[in-house]
Design a protein around this ligand. Structure first.
Ligand code: ADP
Ligand code: MG
Length: 258
């Protein structure tokens, strides 16, 4: 019994020391860092899919990065690992210089709720709630005060240009407007990172470009770090840096002039 406790203590100290060492290695300017990330799905006995096959990336604070690649290349899997929605098979993810594998459940929940905002292809709004109530939801979960909630919901609905439609249900809004609500919802807890998976996938190209331009404006104004997956080259090119993926690997990095 005593021995087990001692072993746990030693393990804990080792993990902390490991983090301290890494903490010093990673630049304070880095927001997201992964080392040799792999994810293997076991479909059935003996059949494996290597969705990620050694991904090492380094994203600076305030940077706007797009991830491009054909369907099945591992883009969503990469976002899931970085957003702490799933665990990698091997490799490490650091968010703001902290190894997320060493976080306890409460720390992980807080990370997802307060530090990371998610935007999805299909908006994922609650159909029976108004635009205002949809944006308010993550703030209620995060236990923010009534005053903060009112201030931020109005502020971000205003920033995405939807103040006048705050009482509308999602079904009473266009696709582009619904995605604007989803962006306001992702921003309302003022996360340091915004993760977007094919945010323009359901929009026509004009509306899609408008949404990305809005994201870029918000990125410059609020200095959030944005990691966005898209298969549309026009959309991907609006980021400062494009990472091209194929077969679970980053095969090319393109710096744009944005
Ligand atoms: P992308 O987003 O680039 O289209 P994904 O990351 O969704 O690609 O998928 C990468 C590969 O992993 C694909 O071959 C996909 O079928 C597989 N995959 C993704 N999620 C799962 C899962 N939960 N179980 C089994 N295989 C999966
Ligand atoms: Mg995907």
């Amino acid at each position: 019994m005593k021995k087990a406790k001692k072993k746990r203590e030693i393990q804990f100290i080792k993990s902390v020391l490991h983090d301290v060492k890494d903490y010093e290695l990673i630049s304070p300017a880095t927001m997201i860092q992964t080392f040799n990330l792999t994810k293997v799905y076991n479909i059935t006995e003996g059949i494996e899919i290597r969705a990620l096959n050694g991904v090492s990336i380094d994203i600076k604070k305030g940077e706007f990065v797009s991830v491009m690649g054909p369907s099945g290349s591992g883009k969503t899997t990469l976002l899931n690992m970085i957003g702490a929605l799933d665990n990698p098979t091997s490799g490490v993810v650091y968010i703001n210089r902290t190894n997320i594998a060493h976080m306890n459940d409460i720390q992980r929940t807080n990370l997802r709720l307060k530090e990371i905002g998610f935007i999805f292809q299909f908006y994922n709004l609650v159909p029976v709630l108004s635009a205002y109530e949809n944006v308010e939801l993550p703030m209620l979960f995060a236990g923010r005060t009534k005053r903060e909630i009112e201030r931020n919901v109005n502020k971000f609905l205003d920033l995405v240009g939807l103040s006048e439609k705050k009482d509308h249900l999602p079904s009473e809004l266009s696709g582009g407007e619904q995605q604007r609500v989803a962006i306001a919802r992702a921003l309302c807890n003022e996360p340091s990172i915004l993760i977007a998976d094919e945010p323009t996938g359901e929009l026509d190209s004009k509306m899609g470009m408008e949404i990305i331009k809005l994201l870029r404006e918000l990125n410059l104004e609020l200095n959030q770090t944005i990691l966005m997956v898209t298969h549309d080259p026009m959309v991907g090119a609006l980021a400062e840096r494009m990472l091209k993926m194929r077969d679970g690997k980053i095969i090319e990095t393109v710096i744009t002039n944005n």
